[in-house]
Design a protein around this ligand. Sequence first.
Ligand SMILES: Cc1cc2nc3c(=O)[nH]c(=O)nc-3n(C[C@H](O)[C@H](O)[C@H](O)COP(=O)(O)OP(=O)(O)OC[C@H]3O[C@@H](n4cnc5c(N)ncnc54)[C@H](O)[C@@H]3O)c2cc1C
Length: 305
Amino acid sequence: MHDVIIIGAGPAGLSTALWCDELGLDTLVLEQAEQIGGQLHRVHNPIENYLGVKARNGDEFVDLFANSIEAAEFDLWMEVVISSVDLKAKRVSLASGEILQSIAIVIASGVSPRELGVPGEKEFVGKGIIESGTRDRKLFAGHDVCVVGGGDAAVENALLLAEVCPTVTLVHRGKKLRARREFRERLQSTHCITVFTEAVLTRIIGDETVQAVEIHRKAGLKPFQLAVRGVLIRIGVEPNTQFFREQLETDEKGYIKVSSTQETNVPMVFAVGDVSNPLAPTISSAVGAGATAAKVIAARLNAGQ
Ligand SMILES: Cc1cc2nc3c(=O)[nH]c(=O)nc-3n(C[C@H](O)[C@H](O)[C@H](O)COP(=O)(O)OP(=O)(O)OC[C@H]3O[C@@H](n4cnc5c(N)ncnc54)[C@H](O)[C@@H]3O)c2cc1C
């Protein structure tokens, strides 16, 4: 029996754990990945917007987390596969057969990149699927590439790739790009970028590596193929709430609804970080939400609730 079980060891989960530990709570963190840090491993730009800390990239930021939690005494289980969670009963069942019980549960499971769900998307990971314009552009310099999406992340990556690639084709299913004005203006003056709106990428084609993509422009028209060596997909993120959706209140996209104390509509079940914050998903807000949840849980347990 633990006081608190925390699901996820990204910034939100680790901040919650650090605070729970300091407040004397018996705390267990369950993480499915091999390493702590969550999405930070996908950040290849410098992080300069977290007060008091500057890091060259997400990995460097995670190293600082590792230092912070070194002396803490909470339990951290890595590469855990959760098979089910009963939020009301505060019971977590693992694929290994273990059943864990706590007084409070904190969901800190973050978000994952949304997938296109087209043939080739999974097969060509590491063989032409571009993970990051910043990190991978040297690899794709001199090659034609395609970017899918219409928001800030897609357009920013298209602009980055356009600095080194002869052509960049941006495919967006909506009528208008959603990216901020500054990016849209830069797009207009970047002549090697072609934008297809109201278009969908339907297939990624290749043998050993990506050779082409199939694009469908309008219903009724035949799809056409475009020769490219790389594809970068940025079509948003999805909250990791598959285990919980039926058991608590979420918005229409699956983000968990919380009160100002980070509590969900299920008593003693809290949600912190991006999984409950569609509007302001940042490291600072994730870490702050973790501190709030831990303080509230400690106060409740001390009051004997
Ligand atoms: C490219 C990029 C750049 C960014 N730049 C910045 C920036 O400059 N500044 C900034 O403040 N923010 C930035 N962010 C956002 C920041 O990374 C997130 O806001 C932050 O990581 C959210 O932390 P989190 O703990 O809520 O979620 P996550 O970081 O998503 O962590 C969630 C953790 O939960 C684990 N998990 C999920 N499901 C389960 C499960 N079933 N069982 C066990 N574990 C599970 C995941 O493996 C993961 O480790 C950036 C994000 C990206 C992708």
